[in-house]
Write a protein that binds this ligand. Structure first.
Ligand code: HMG
Ligand code: MG
Length: 312
């Protein structure tokens, strides 16, 4: 069997896409059994070797909140020893100044803050209100930018919230706008619980465009709970978004979001983009082999359809 689909171009889509790999962070943060630090380091290195241009490595959050990532310092120190200066380019999550201090101490250059579009999730994920989350991000982003770092801003619950239901597009745009005003370079719009559908994706991106925000500044971050993630990528491509977050093997979920399941699998995204002739730079077989290896470490098969098809 051929491990690549036939290429048939579709006019009107971007020629090139950036895949932002979140497996070592979003993929692993929800795993109950602690994954050894050396396995995490090997995971990051294998993903880089497979051609993934950006690999989000871990989070500098409170270890009580996400015990799986309590080894962030050890992981990044180990990766610095193995990769040299390239390790400083790996992005990490920082919710606040304490997290930023930890990233700065290690000489890291790319951080991401994570905001909520809803009141309930701000409380559950950040122990802050929708409003007071910005008081936490303001000095964090300001200090990061002043020291020459690059800051990404996630917005969670952009398409629906398990406690509040539908989330108005204007509310999401307002949260994104405030992060951009604080200086984030790119906004990643998160479908934390995987409820987005294609029309909603186009409407949300158009909401940002109508607010004067170029789709070049946006990334889309889909979880695949209802099997809509690839259709949603297609919708995002149609409205000009060229960065997509994905997790090798489809691992993932947020420990503070009820009903959140795995992220869009990197392999499913690579298969889809390859078929459309959209350049992505990723070696599919190498990512599939990595996810097969990771599935052995975790003791269960990957949920990715492409990984299952190719590993037989
Ligand atoms: P808090 O309890 O309000 O923190 O938590 P605080 O500021 O009141 O500080 C309390 C103590 O925690 C202090 O220590 C701080 O030093 C310490 P004490 O003085 O009591 O000894 N502390 C820290 N320690 C280490 N690292 C830190 C840190 N910050 C404070 N960074 C906080 C507030 C934001 C820290 C907490 O709520 C937290 O860690 N939340 C993280 C939740 C999380 O990681 N969720 C998953 C990531 S988001 C996601 O998955 C969604 C995404 O994928 C997109 C999508 O799908 O939608 C991105
Ligand atoms: Mg996520």
């Amino acid at each position: 069997m051929n491990s690549l689909p036939m290429v048939v171009h579709q006019p009107g889509l971007p020629p090139k896409v950036t895949i932002y790999e979140v497996g070592p962070r979003d993929g692993l943060q929800n795993e109950k059994t602690i994954v050894p630090t050396q396995v995490k380091a090997a995971f990051v290195q294998r993903l880089l070797a497979a051609g993934l241009p950006i690999v989000e490595a871990t989070s500098f959050v409170h270890p009580k909140w996400v015990p799986q990532l309590a080894d962030a310092e050890q992981l990044m120190t180990g990766l610095k020893a193995e990769l040299g200066p390239a390790a400083a380019q790996l992005p990490v999550l920082v919710p606040n100044e304490r997290g930023l201090d930890r990233a700065v101490d290690l000489g890291l250059r790319h951080v991401a803050v994570f905001a909520s579009a809803t009141e309930t999730f701000a409380q559950k994920n950040l122990n802050r209100s929708l409003e007071t989350q910005f008081a936490m991000f303001d000095p964090t982003i300001g200090r990061a930018l002043a020291s020459g770092m690059d800051v990404r801003g996630y917005v969670s619950m952009c398409f629906g919230d398990p406690w509040e239901g539908a989330v108005p597009i204007e509310q999401v745009v307002a949260v994104g706008r405030r992060l951009l005003d604080l200086g984030v370079g790119q906004l990643s719009l998160g479908d934390t619980i995987g409820v987005a559908t294609a029309g909603h994706v186009r409407a949300l991106v158009n909401g940002f465009i109508d607010a004067g925000i170029d789709p070049d500044r946006l990334a889309l971050h889909f979880h695949d709970t209802y099997g809509q993630a690839l259709t949603n990528v297609h919708a995002g491509l149609q409205v000009g978004v060229t960065t997509y977050d994905a997790s090798a093997g489809g691992l993932g979920g947020c420990p503070y979001a009820k009903s959140a399941t795995g992220n869009l699998a990197t392999e499913d995204l690579v298969w889809f983009l390859t078929g459309l002739g959209i350049e992505h730079g990723v070696d599919l077989d190498a990512v599939v082999a990595t996810s097969g290896w990771m599935a052995e470490q975790l003791g269960r098969p990957s949920p990715s359809a492409v990984v299952r098809a190719l590993l037989g």
